[in-house]
Each structure stands twice: as structure tokens, then as C-alpha cells.
Design a protein around this ligand. Sequence first.
Ligand code: AP5
Length: 215
Amino acid sequence: MRLILLGAPGAGKGTVAKLLTKLDGSVQISTGDILRGAVQAGTELGKQAEAFMKAGDLVPDALIMGIMEQRLQDPDCQKGFLLDGFPRTIPQAEALKGLLVKLGIKLDAAVSIDVPREVILDRLTTRRTCSNPACQAIYNVKSNPPKVEGVCDKCGSPVIQRDDETEQAISKRLDTYTEKTAPLVDYYRGEGLLMSVATTSSDDVVNAVKKKVGL
Ligand code: AP5
């Protein structure tokens, strides 16, 4: 499948993407994970992105498009991909449209996961993430804790709270989402690609996608 996952920070894009990859070998492409990996590795990309991320701001479009143009041409994308956290602005969506035409790729849908704000705030303060850039498994101290506190079930690395999970950064990320990313819902409606799922259950989203793509 070839999908865009839309939704506010904490809507569950990463959680749903990880479930969907198990269905047909599609890969999850999370620009957030790529950027966090780069920050941790201290690469040039990471140095350029770090301050924006910590403050809850978006990283400049040009940096993101450079990453995505390369990533979408990797061989593992041939079975399909789930774009998690990209595009994030109208210019990114327009650039992606051009890129997909150039690569001869057609999207199945842009899936918008709609979750109430109070649920989102609760989830973001209780989320924990594996610190290993190659793993980045997602946990939640309330709904999905690791078996051993602070240790990743999958790779044994420390499970941590992300740098952008301070109250101030969360509030900024939600404002940035409303201003810059929420308009993509109308954009993809106009493109005839929008599929909206209003639910707090990741399984509901997965089932709606399965129906849509015929799995
Ligand atoms: P990014 O990593 O993309 O963060 P985000 O969009 O803020 O999304 P999140 O990862 O916070 O949430 P999610 O929807 O994936 O939720 P999750 O599944 O983890 O981006 C981080 C930063 O990078 C940005 O602020 C920006 O600076 C930069 N960036 C990234 N992409 C960019 C781009 N394209 N352009 C410019 N800048 C970019 O779930 C959240 C929690 O809820 C977890 O604890 C989970 O266990 C729990 N949960 C999920 N589903 C359920 C459920 N059904 N029931 C109970 N709990 C649940």
C-alpha cells in the first residue's frame, strides 16, 4: 500500500504505521524518526534540525524534501510505504505530488486520524520511545508499557521521553499542526485522496485501511 498518514502529534500515526507494515511488507517512513536518528548521530542534518525540533517548530521544507526524494527511491519502498509525519505543509504536499509523478508512483489514500485534543495531550505526556535510532519502538506508560520498566521489549535499549515532550514544546507542536498541517486535510480532499477516520482505536484505523486497499 502507498499511504500518507495525517493527524496531530499523538494521534497515533506511528503506532498505526507499525501495525500496517505487518500486513503487506510496506515500509514506515517517519520523517520524525529519521530526524531524531540524525540528531542522535550528530550528522550535519541532525545539527540543522535539532533546534527546530526541540522548540516544536517544523524543520525547513528544503531539508525534508532532500531526505524524502532519496528515501522514496530506496529499493525497500517498492512493496509500498506509509508516510508518517510527511508532508507537513502545503509546499511539501505540492513537492511530493511532483516527485511522485516523476517516479511514476500513485498513492492509495491520505488517511487522516482524528483524535480529541484531551486524549492527545494525555498520550503525549505518557508516551515513551526506544532510544535506539534503528528501533524507535513506541510505548505508553498507561496503555502500552514495556515489560521491564525503562527497557525496550524489542532491542533492550533504554526507553526514554523525547526531547520535544515538554509541556511548552507539546503546546507549540499542536499550534504548528493547526496552522501548517491541518490545511492538508482539505488539500487531499481536493485531490480525491482523503480518508478520515475519527477514532481512538488503532485497530479501527487499520481495519478501515484494509478495507480501502482491499487487504
Ligand atoms: P514527529 O516524530 O513526526 O512527531 P509528531 O507528528 O508530533 O507525531 P508524534 O510522533 O508525536 O505522534 P504520532 O501521531 O506518531 O503518535 P504515536 O503513535 O507516537 O515529528 C517530530 C518533529 O520533527 C516535528 O515537531 C518537527 O520538528 C520535525 N518534523 C518531522 N517531520 C517533519 C516534516 N515533514 N516537516 C518539517 N518538520 C518535520 O502515539 C502517541 C502515544 O499514544 C504513544 O504513547 C502511543 O503508545 C499512544 N497511543 C497511540 N495510539 C493509541 C491508542 N489507540 N490507544 C491508546 N494509546 C495510544
